[in-house]
Design a protein around this ligand. Structure first.
Ligand SMILES: [Zn+2]
Length: 60
C-alpha cells in the first residue's frame, strides 16, 4: 500500500449563509454551491478546491 495523497476526499461544509451542511468532493473541478441558498461554497484553484465555507469534517 503506498501512501500517496488520496485520490478521493470528501469534505463536509457548512454554508455560512443558511447553515446548511453539505458534503462535497475535495477535488471538484467545478464550483460548488449550496443546495439550499446557492451561495458559492468552494471553487477550483490550480487543481485543488478552494473552500470558502466552514469545514466541519474531512472524510477520507
Ligand atoms: Zn446556503
Amino acid at each position: 500500500m503506498d501512501a500517496k495523497e488520496p485520490k478521493s476526499k470528501f469534505i463536509k461544509l457548512r454554508c455560512p449563509k443558511c447553515k446548511n451542511e453539505q458534503i462535497v468532493f475535495g477535488k471538484s473541478a467545478s464550483t460548488v454551491r449550496c443546495l439550499v441558498c446557492g451561495k458559492e461554497l468552494a471553487g477550483p484553484t490550480g487543481g485543488k478546491t478552494r473552500v470558502k465555507a466552514r469545514v466541519l469534517e474531512v472524510l477520507e
